[in-house]
Design a protein around this ligand. Structure first.
Ligand SMILES: Cc1cc2nc3c(=O)[nH]c(=O)nc-3n(C[C@H](O)[C@H](O)[C@H](O)COP(=O)(O)OP(=O)(O)OC[C@H]3O[C@@H](n4cnc5c(N)ncnc54)[C@H](O)[C@@H]3O)c2cc1C
Length: 488
């Protein structure tokens, strides 16, 4: 069938030009898309969440002593060996952190922080591998890990591993690749790890594989491989979450509210500010996605507020989900809107970043331990998620609400916060922030500068990276192509 466009030719050309310009400007992105955020200095007081990253760093750094003093064929091979081993260990950590081990959360400060360390481990592992291949360490009189033939074959595989690692980690860092394709490529990362481990195991090194050092590094290789297999097979294909079903949906501007009830009596116990991973049993929605639980822990039902952001969330808004089964994995996260009752509490939310704070609002006979200052930045009040609940809590005296509507020219800034909170109260306060990265980083820095004692941040993005998000455009392209050429 030929589809003809009835519009005159100049109009069609102008339309095509507009589309091309739209695609090009989306591809180029905005300055914000490409911005590298400087890490905010950690708060001075030691916290339990430092333990995880410190253990990761120390476990890698001690590896230096396995190679120190080794005699090389050309120069000192210590650094070359160390960076090679460090690359394997960091990749192993990266896999272990990706399997969402709940009991590790306190040592890293929550699952989102574990994913942050996971990304850093992966990125540094690639740099370390590159350095290793440049230094090409060779040892005089070392211990061979396997026969020469095996060693040579493993070395060839390691060459393949190197290239695929550059490509796969490169894909991970650039957001232009839509999430659902990125997720598939990300699952392949275990293969270069296994190849690189085989090379490390069979290579000639200063120690034998059966020695203490051999067992130390071997443990990382085994743990990394096991974690990879667990993640790809058990987590993604076999494991099932708690069974819920959708009892109500409500559309508020660009947000969809889902109200869920347990389908089998088994319900998840969550704390304020936690999130869960939802797998919705509906055509086109089975990909698991993380969302904050916006209902109070004492509520019978679970509430989620989902903003239309990309291809999957768009489908949620359009689908009829009443009665649909949902599997819930979790809860996860250590985001703490409340700290000590004698502190001033300041909550800062941008758009749908308000959800962790909504879970703290009392319903029925519940009470709040303190009345926090809530600063809520929204694009427009019509689209603001949970604004009715916040206003109700404000009227009841549970919170002190300040809304900033950017469509009306209002801007949430550190000056606006210090003007609203009485002098001296920010000093020593507990601040919790959730929202777009730019807003969060600026106000995190600003409130630390004003003397806040503790600052909590929740990232709504496990992936992170550079460049514009193109999933919607790619989805449209795939749908158009499928309509035109038919489904394969
Ligand atoms: C801890 C946490 C809590 C969140 N809470 C909320 C909430 O309460 N309300 C809300 O509206 N949004 C929340 N989000 C964001 C939400 O998960 C994404 O907006 C949604 O998954 C985007 O899906 P999409 O395919 O429509 O968008 P896309 O345009 O495809 O993706 C946009 C970005 O969302 C992320 N993303 C996409 N798919 C997934 C996935 N399957 N798993 C993980 N991340 C993905 C990726 O970083 C991607 O780059 C939360 C995210 C996290 C990590």
């Amino acid at each position: 069938m030929t589809i003809t466009d009835p519009r005159p030719q100049p109009e069609r050309h102008a339309d095509a030009d507009r589309r091309v310009r739209g695609v090009v400007s989306k591809l180029v992105g905005t300055r914000q898309d490409w911005r590298l955020y400087r890490p905010v200095a950690p708060q001075r007081r030691p916290r339990m969440s430092w333990i995880g990253p410190i253990v990761v760093a120390v476990s890698v750094l001690v590896g230096w002593f396995a190679f120190a003093g080794a005699a090389g064929k050309e120069g000192d091979p210590t650094l070359g060996f160390f960076v090679g081993a460090a690359s394997i260990q960091l990749m192993a950590w990266s896999f272990v952190l990706a399997i969402r081990i709940k009991w590790l959360e306190p040592f890293f400060g929550g699952l989102d922080s574990m994913y942050r360390v996971h990304r850093w481990c992966g990125s540094i592992a690639v740099v370390a591998m590159f350095l290793h291949t440049q230094l090409e360490p060779e040892i005089r009189g070392g211990v061979r890990g396997a026969s020469r033939d095996l060693k040579d074959s493993a070395e060839d595989l390691a060459g393949l591993a190197e290239i695929s690692l550059y490509v796969l980690v490169g894909i991970s860092l650039v957001r232009i690749i839509p999430y659902r394709f990125w997720r598939l490529t990300h699952k392949l990362l275990g293969i270069p790890f296994i190849f690189a481990s085989a090379h490390f195991f069979t290579a000639t090194k200063p120690y034998a594989n059966g020695s203490a050092w051999g067992l130390w590094f071997g443990a990382f290789m085994v743990a990394g491989t096991a974690a990879y297999i667990w993640r790809v097979i058990v987590n993604d294909m076999i494991r099932r979450g708690a069974k819920y079903k959708v009892v109500r949906t409500r559309r508020v501007g660009i947000n969809t509210e889902l109200q869920l009830t347990p389908a089998t009596g088994r319900r998840i116990d969550h704390r304020i500010g936690q999130f869960a991973i939802l797998r919705i049993h509906h055509r086109g929605l089975s990909e698991p996605h993380p969302f904050t639980i916006a209902s109070h822990p004492d509520d019978e039902e679970l509430r989620f507020i989902i903003r239309d952001l990309g291809d999957w969330t768009d489908k949620i808004g359009a689908a009829d989900l009443a009665g649909v089964a949902v599997e819930i994995e979790g809860p996860f996260g250590r985001f703490e809107p409340f700290r000590h009752d004698d502190q001033t509490h300041i909550w800062i939310a941008g758009g749908v970043g308000v959800t962790p704070f909504l879970s703290a609002l009392p319903t029925r006979s519940q009470t709040m331990p303190v009345a926090p200052y809530v600063f809520f930045a929204v694009k427009s009040v019509e689209d603001a998620p949970g604004l009715d609940l916040l206003r109700e809590a404000h009227r009841a005296g549970h919170i002190k609400l300040h809304v900033f509507d950017s469509s009306a020219g209002q801007r949430l800034s550190i000056e606006a916060i210090s003007a609203a909170v009485p002098p001296g109260q920010i000093n020593g306060a507990h601040v919790a922030l959730c929202g777009p990265a730019g807003l969060v980083r600026t106000l995190q820095r600003g409130t630390i500068g004003l003397g806040a004692q503790s600052v909590e941040v929740e990232d709504f993005d496990f992936r992170q990276g550079f460049g514009p998000e193109l999933s919607r455009e790619v989805e449209e392209l795939v749908t158009t192509a499928t309509k035109r050429f038919g489904t394969p």
